[in-house]
Design a protein. Structure first.
Length: 286
């Protein structure tokens, strides 16, 4: 199984997804919880092939509706997904890739969610779970039915991160042969729609660190790091961000019938020194 069973509206789901920090105190139907539990296990293949572990928890919250362990950022969420990383075999890109597909599944089920890579207290959740050897909590995702009006905290987070601002195509794409910004007028409507899906990918502090190098055989994915950002977190969140963008790209490619596969490709031309090569998408004949 390569993909979670999203309904046939992948671009619409991607465009509709928003970070939700204020949830309705409403239980999720058992049928939906079964679908979510299945998604946590059957999330499909990942670009690097590493296995990921996800766990669903039920939170009771407190009398003010604030979810413990989230520094008061999340209100009303009764359900959480815990993502783990293991020092023996861990690829942050695969975690981001798999978990974003799960989150889009939540969106498809009419549920809100929020990525939390730094604004949670691990100690609180460690009291409820058992870690395997060499394992630690990497990401927490509260989810549930969205509440009404956005909370003040939610508005502050969105404004601080600039969540409604997205980089232009010229900022995130370039021609691998010429090493110049990609001329979007040379792209057909399908590819423009695919890149729009990538532009809408969520990222830590809305840094949008992905850079896509186009060539005849496919697309090279690079990470352009924000200075000193990695030092603030145990998990390499910007590599997780790369996986999220790669998930959007792959899902959109399949939606628009532009098949391909992930592979490691030799870099023949020079690229900016600030670019870290991650992986390539190689086109297959459709």
């Amino acid at each position: 199984m390569n993909h979670l069973p999203l309904t046939n509206k992948t671009p619409e789901i991607i465009k509709f997804r928003r970070s939700c920090r204020n949830f309705a105190m409403k239980e999720i139907e058992p049928q939906k919880l079964e679908l979510i539990q299945d998604a946590l296990v059957n999330y499909g293949n990942t670009p690097f092939g590493s296995k990921q572990r996800f766990l669903m928890l039920r939170e009771s919250g407190n009398r003010l509706g604030r979810v413990p362990g989230t520094y008061g950022v999340i209100k009303g969420a009764q359900y959480l997904i815990i993502a783990f990383e293991n020092e023996k075999e861990f690829m942050p890109e695969d975690l981001g890739f798999a978990l974003e597909k799960i989150i889009l599944r939540l969106t498809d089920l009419d549920l809100g969610s929020c990525w939390m890579g730094g604004t949670f207290q691990k100690k609180h959740f460690l009291n409820q779970i058992t870690l395997s050897d060499g394992e630690q909590i990497s990401i927490v995702v509260p989810f549930g039915y969205a509440g009404g009006k956005s909370s003040l905290i939610d508005q502050i987070f969105r404004k601080t991160a600039g969540s409604d601002h997205r980089k232009s195509l010229k900022e995130i794409t370039f021609d691998r042969k010429l090493n110049i910004p990609l001329n979007e007028h040379t792209l057909d409507e399908r590819m423009l729609s695919i890149l729009e899906c990538v532009r809408l990918a969520p990222s830590a502090s809305n840094r949008q660190p992905w850079r896509l190098g186009f060539k005849e055989s496919g697309v090279d994915f690079y990470l352009q790091r924000s200075p000193n950002y990695r030092k603030a977190f145990l998990t390499d969140l910007q590599r997780v961000d790369m996986g999220i963008a790669m998930a959007h790209f792959e899902l959109a490619c399949h939606y628009y019938n532009l098949p391909g596969k992930w592979n490691f490709d030799e870099i023949q031309n020079e690229v900016p020194k600030s670019y870290e090569y991650i992986l390539s998408w190689k086109w297959l004949s459709s």
